[in-house]
Design a protein around this ligand. Structure first.
Ligand SMILES: Nc1nc2c(ncn2[C@@H]2O[C@H](COP(=O)(O)OP(=O)(O)OP(=O)(O)O)[C@@H](O)[C@H]2O)c(=O)[nH]1
Ligand SMILES: [Mg+2]
Length: 306
C-alpha cells in the first residue's frame, strides 16, 4: 500500500524539484553567504508560493543560524527550512473529521469555478464508502451545464445515491430535500456539492448563507463542516480566495486540490499561516483515490525529499 509520504512525494514532485534544486544551486559552491545569496533564496521560496511572511521568517532564521556558525551547507538550509515549515504547520493544521453522534454528518463544499469541488465530493464519497460508511450526495449545482450528470456519474462510481433536481432550481431547496433524505435513509454522511461562485459576488455568497439556513432547520448544528475547495496550482490566487471566503461564508476547513503537477506546493503553508484553518484534505490527482487527509510531517518531508 502506498504510504502517505510516497503519495505526497509523487504529488509534490515539481514543487520539491524547484525548491531543492534552487537551494542547491544557490548555496552549493559558495564559500561565504552574502546578501545576493539570501535574495536568491528568498526568490526560490517565493516561487513555490510559500508567501512573503513565511519566506521572510525562513530567510531571517537561516541568516541568523549561518552568522552564528551553526549551519554551513545547502543541506543544512534544507533541513532548517523543513523544520521551520513543520513549526508553521504544527498549530491545528490537521484536524480529523468528527462525525456527528447521531444522524448524518453534513459537509458542504464551496469554492470558485473549477476548483475541484465535484471531484473532491466524489473522492470523499469513495474514501468513506471504502470505510463502510453510507454516503449521500446532493447536487446543489443547478447552474452549470452537465454539473448534475457529473455528480450522478460519481454517485454510480462510488455506489452512493444522489439527490438532485432540475437545472435552474433553487440550490437551497435541493439541500433541503437532501438533508431530509439523509435523515430518512439514515445516511452516515451527506456531502453537498455546490456551484462554483466568485467570492466577489455578494448575491452568490448570500445563496450559500441561504443553503446553510435551510439545512439548519432540519439539523440545528449542520452543516457540521463547511470546506472551501481551492485549486493549489493557482498559488497566491488561492490564498486571496480563501481570505474572502473565510470572511463571508464561515468556512471551517480547506481542501487544497491539484497539488500534483504544480511547483506551487508552498501555498499550503501560506494559506494555513494566513487563515489558521485546518487543512482537511489535499487532492493529488484526478483519480478517485488521489485524495488524502493532510499530514503536515509527510508534506514537509515530501517537499524536501531526496
Ligand atoms: N490534477 C488534478 N486535477 C484535479 C484535481 N481535482 C480536480 N481536478 C480536475 O479539475 C477539473 C475541475 O474539477 P471539478 O471537480 O469539476 O471542479 P468544480 O469545482 O466542481 O468545478 P465547477 O463545478 O465548474 O465550479 C477536472 O478536470 C478535475 O478532474 C486534483 O487534485 N488534481
Ligand atoms: Mg462542480
Amino acid at each position: 500500500m502506498e504510504t502517505i509520504y510516497s503519495k505526497f512525494k509523487s504529488g509534490l514532485q515539481r514543487s520539491k524539484t524547484l525548491l531543492v534544486r534552487n537551494i542547491q544551486s544557490i548555496f552549493g559552491d559558495v564559500e561565504s553567504w552574502d546578501k545576493i545569496d539570501y535574495e536568491q533564496l528568498e526568490e526560490a521560496l517565493i516561487r513555490t508560493d510559500l508567501g512573503i511572511h513565511v519566506t521572510e521568517r525562513i530567510v531571517t532564521y537561516i541568516k541568523e543560524q549561518y552568522d552564528r556558525g551553526v549551519i554551513h551547507s545547502s543541506s543544512d538550509i534544507i533541513e532548517c527550512t523543513k523544520q521551520l515549515l513543520n513549526v508553521f504547520l504544527s498549530n491545528d493544521c490537521e484536524k480529523p473529521v468528527i462525525f456527528a453522534d447521531s444522524g448524518p454528518t453534513v459537509i458542504l463544499l464551496v469554492g470558485v469555478n473549477g476548483s475541484g469541488k465535484t471531484t473532491t465530493t466524489g473522492k470523499l464519497a469513495s474514501m468513506w464508502r471504502k470505510e463502510g460508511k453510507s454516503v449521500l450526495l446532493a447536487a446543489c449545482d443547478t447552474f452549470r451545464a452537465a454539473a448534475i450528470e457529473q455528480l450522478i456519474i460519481w454517485g454510480e462510481r462510488t455506489d452512493c445515491q444522489v439527490i438532485f433536481g432540475k437545472y435552474g432550481a433553487d440550490p437551497a431547496s435541493i439541500a433541503f430535500d437532501a438533508v431530509h433524505a439523509a435523515i430518512a435513509r439514515k445516511s452516515d454522511i451527506l456531502i453537498i456539492d455546490t456551484a462554483g461562485r466568485q467570492h466577489t459576488k455578494k448575491g452568490l455568497m448570500d445563496e450559500l448563507a441561504k443553503i446553510k439556513r435551510i439545512i439548519r432547520k432540519a439539523i440545528s448544528d449542520a452543516p457540521h463542516e463547511t470546506w472551501l475547495v481551492v485549486d493549489g496550482s493557482t498559488g497566491t490566487n488561492a490564498l486571496q480566495q480563501a481570505i474572502v471566503f473565510q470572511n463571508s461564508a464561515e468556512i471551517n476547513g480547506l481542501c487544497i486540490t491539484k497539488l500534483d503537477g504544480t511547483s506551487k506546493g508552498g501555498i499550503v503553508v501560506a494559506i494555513h499561516d494566513e487563515l489558521k484553518l485546518p487543512i482537511k484534505f489535499v487532492g493529488l490527482g484526478e483519480k478517485e483515490s488521489d485524495i488524502h487527509p493532510f499530514n503536515a510531517k509527510a508534506f514537509c518531508n515530501a517537499l524536501f525529499s531526496e
